[in-house]
Design a binder for this molecule. Sequence first.
Ligand SMILES: [Cu+2]
Length: 270
Amino acid sequence: MRKDFLGLIAVVAAFVVGGTILMQSKILPEERAQDFRTLENISLQSQIQVIQEPTASDNTYIYAINKVARESWEIAKQDARVQAILDGSNGKALTIAAVQPSAFVSPDGKVTHSGLGQVIITANWQAVDGKQYASAKSFSSLDGRQGQSRQQIWNVAVDIDRDKVISIQGEQERVMTETLRANVVYGGMNIYMPDAAVAKAGSSVRWVNESNVPHNVVGTYKTEAGEEKIDSGFFRANEDWEHTFSEKGTFDYHCTIHSEEGMKGRLVIS
Ligand SMILES: [Cu+2]
């Protein structure tokens, strides 16, 4: 009996010693796996390139997520079909986002990417009582009127190596119709309506999510006193978010997850 017990201790001791040696020499698969860190070894290059900002006469915003993605746009804009889309979008708010390829950087600084580029072109335009809604109007003048927001998206696939556009796919037009209310901005798929409005200093403005995806309101409130960053956090379907603007100024904002579709707005506080 006593002899059996000693034998058991010997077996357990052998396991403990053996296991310790394995762990210290790092030949256990788990140990080796610990040394492999995907996110540290290869990182995503993020160098947003703003190519064009909107002006009073041309409401077009063009950006690329990195230098190679910028090449996608340089190739796409030479294409006659892309030119036709741009020409046909006169007077609308255009957002052009070169979102592919992603660029990966290895620890020694080498950048790799695929040869497939993607450019998203989005045209947004709004109407109030059937008339094109061009400049920001006061909430009191919009109250009770019929607002309509339209969005058209094209996906442009680019072969960077062969320097040409492979395909252009136009999505179905999105339309959002709402009766406008004082100090209310509707969030749709993926649009704010009205996208520009004037509110009185001291008033509270409410953003209402009328879509089935989450949105947020992130931007800078500029007043004479300075600048304030505002971030609503995400609010879901049928939820809303309210903010009080006490001083005169402007609040330019966007939804962080839908900014590539031009989901942005401007509030003027007067
Ligand atoms: Cu959004």
